[in-house]
Ligand binder design. Sequence first.
Ligand code: ASP
Length: 320
Amino acid sequence: MQVGEPTKAARVVVLGMGGTIAGRAERAGDNVGYDAGAVPVEDLAAGLPVLQGRNVSFEQVAQINSKDMRLADLQRLVDRARVHLADPSVQGIVVTHGTDTIEETAYLLQTLLAPAKPLVLTCAMRPATAVSPDGPQNLSDAVAVATEPGARGVVVVCAGRVHGPHEVAKQHPYRTDPFDSGDAGVIAQVEEGRVRRFRDWPVAARRTGRVEAFLRASAMPRVVWLSSHADAQAWPVRALLAASPEQRVQGIVVSGTGNASLHTELDAALREAEAAGVRVVIANRNGAPPVPYPQQPFADIDGLSPPKARWALTLDLLEA
Ligand code: ASP
């Protein structure tokens, strides 16, 4: 064994969350119209050459379509990931997950845990029963990243590309390479089991200390995501403000058009919300970080996309 070569004795933990990678279609060969989250995580890895002779353990944390992700599922995942990360025998963790909300889970895990070991989320766009499923290769690539010497932090591995948790966004409903990392680009590529790295692994985020509060909470602060658009109006915000105190919204993320711009009507209503004590933050509808300008209607959170800004604001309010 050469110096720096991954040791096969070190354990890789594979946590299953469900998703298309674990999907089963009625008819073999269907790539849409399947049940996501049907095949046990252990079966997804059966026979993969990358796992031959490796010390691997499996745990089914959830078995769901990630569009239906609930707080309890995320809490269980954060908790199990934390336990395994703290185990000195564990080299890295792989999480099989649906593509629809994987970018939110990646952001949340990096934000709450900022792991010093690799915590690698992977997925598929075709169910396990497809004629040519993409899951087995993605899972193999994820194991390569999870056992890469020096790798750390939460990443999303799909179609041979390794995305960072802050940048990754699903941009296509069907392609087997549906993710993009915008101007930042991918962190690395996996080529025949080797990791070719282009930039640094993810670094710790600001909200790392909030994991205990996140795990304890029975519900998250109420944060909604609205968008500006042509003919946007004030009534959705006014309807939120009219809710009873226990249903009252605590935070609003608003997607701006272009560069964090808002329709005047919506802008005025959001200022009313802010005056009434609601935290309002802006993100770009196009997902790119806003370029700050003096009249920017509301502050953004670290240039995050709307779904990630929603989690960031939620965690801020959780601690408040
Ligand atoms: N709806 C599925 C999910 O997010 C899609 C996928 O995994 O590709 O679980």
